[in-house]
Design a binder for this molecule. Structure first.
Ligand code: BES
Ligand code: MN
Ligand code: ZN
Length: 455
């Protein structure tokens, strides 16, 4: 059970959810002194506002019926409640998401500075699957911890160690191709991007489940730090680039949820893990590398490194014709310009799959928005000297162009689904503390459960 969850108990202090419309009726049910207290302080039940009651309970404001609703609003509670154990005294808009938000909102990054010990627990309301909510919250916590850990403690080697620990926990098989072995085994792009770093580049390859079950492969961008390479980023753009392994972190989060649930799939997780660094042997603008797939790739910009390492990993994944091939990574600033930090774009040519993703993203409050693999932009990747360039001239439609680049490396997977995530919350939101964020994994987990769950 997640540490924020507890068994039901009468002693737990009540959390009363109120809207402008339900406020009067809700407080009418409280005892007389409490009612008098609420009136005396003139509490107004706006969304996200709270009032601690002298008797130990709390009033918490939600949005009205017709206002836009954030089902994670109760994720504010762990931040404002005094230590203690609590229960929902009445139902919020979406009880399951409210409980999940409570657990996700209780997250703190404590590796380098312990949080003040304030133990807050929530009694699980009837009818909820506490084990499932726990595995989801654990996955998110894993991703956030990996992203928040700075690059000096989360290099390609430490990312591999994290993947190995997860594999051990779930009895998965794992191997890793490290350093110059990447050249021998034909991963030229992963090697080129990562070779300048002090910590060797690698391809982490985790397998779990019954090989006879449908094959689901998840590829996550594991750039442990992105300086931009020789096309060096300016200081403000480089500042949070420890998060550039957010795709790998979210892939591991999804893998945790899927393995812990025991889904009937044959799961493979591929993580190209590198640091995009600067040194004498760094790859250069206008270098040309023959990729694993055989396409010659010209380097228009060393800062478009994520698509390069994903290209070789996707080519490997594609070779065994998976039923579902998913990749995620913090690939472009353009995605954030288009949709902002909390709404990552996704891409697929599979219409039915696109609709499934949209449905689960909405149901899980793990927001995602489809953008097109617009075919007429494909020629923007033309190179004068090689099969393709890693960037477009002109710099328009950056996230779409990146998706079209990756698409060149996928041909045999039954369906392919690509996520251009941000993996970071710039300013705290309910259930989403500032810092590293797990994106797309909860929606994808729900999609996999719907497809391959069986019970
Ligand atoms: N990791 C970055 C993308 C990124 C930047 C994500 C900022 C989130 C916030 C990626 O490797 C990158 O540098 N992309 C370039 C691509 C460009 C050179 C075509 C970008 O977006 O500027
Ligand atoms: Mn970059
Ligand atoms: Zn990057």
């Amino acid at each position: 059970m997640h540490p924020a969850f507890a068994a039901r108990s009468k002693a737990a202090k009540p959390i009363w959810f109120v809207t402008t419309a339900t406020f009067a009726k809700t407080i009418a049910a409280l005892d007389k002194p409490t009612r008098a207290f609420v009136k005396s302080v003139g509490f107004e039940p706006g969304p996200g506002r709270h009032l601690l009651l002298p008797s130990g309970g709390v009033l918490f404001g939600l949005e009205g019926k017709n206002a836009p609703q954030n089902p994670f609003l109760p994720g504010l509670l762990p931040g404002v409640l005094p230590a203690g154990s609590y229960r929902f005294a009445n139902a919020p808009h979406d009880t399951r998401l409210a409980v999940l938000a409570f657990a996700l909102g209780a997250y703190r990054f404590t590796r380098y500075r312990k949080a003040k010990d304030k133990k807050i627990t929530l009694a699980l309301p009837d009818g909820l699957d506490g084990a499932d909510l726990t595995r989801i919250a654990e996955g998110v916590t894993l991703a956030r911890d990996l992203i928040n850990t700075p690059a000096n403690d989360m290099g390609p080697d430490e990312l591999e160690a994290a993947a190995r620990a997860l594999a051990k926990r779930h009895n998965a098989k794992i191997r890793s191709i490290v350093g110059d072995a990447l050249l021998k085994d034909n991963f030229p792009l992963i090697h080129a991007v990562g070779r300048a770093a002090a910590k060797a580049p690698r391809l982490i390859d985790l397998r779990w489940g019954n090989p006879k079950h449908p094959r689901v492969t998840v590829v996550g961008k594991g750039v442990c730090f992105d300086t931009g390479g020789l096309d060096l980023k300016p200081d403000n753009a480089m500042l949070i680039m420890k998060k550039d392994m957010g795709g790998a972190a979210s892939a591991l989060a999804l893998a945790h949820m899927a393995m812990d649930r025991g889904l009937k799939i044959s799961l493979r997780v591929l993580i190209p893990a590198v640091e995009n660094s600067v040194a004498g042997d760094a790859f250069r603008p206008l270098d040309i590398y023959k990729s694993r797939k055989g396409l010659n790739v010209e380097i228009g910009n060393t800062d478009a490194e994520g698509r390069l390492i994903l290209a070789d990993a996707l080519a490997l994944a594609d070779e065994e014709k998976p039923d579902l091939l998913i990749d995620m990574g913090t690939l472009t600033g353009a995605a954030r310009v288009a949709l902002g930090p909390e709404l990552p774009p996704y891409y697929t040519d599979d219409e039915a799959l696109a609709a499934e993703v949209a449905r689960h993203a909405a149901a899980e409050n793990d927001p995602l928005w489809r953008l097109p693999l617009w075919p007429r932009y494909d020629s923007m990747l033309d190179s004068k000297t090689a099969d393709l360039n890693n960037v477009a001239s002109g710099g328009m439609a950056g996230s779409i162009v990146c998706a079209l680049f990756l698409k060149r490396f996928v041909s045999d997977a039954k369906s392919w689904l690509h996520f251009d995530i941000y993996a970071w919350t710039p300013a705290a939101k309910p259930g989403r503390p500032e810092g590293g964020e797990c994106q797309a994994a909860r929606a994808l987990y729900a999609l996999l459960v719907a497809r391959y769950g069986a019970a």
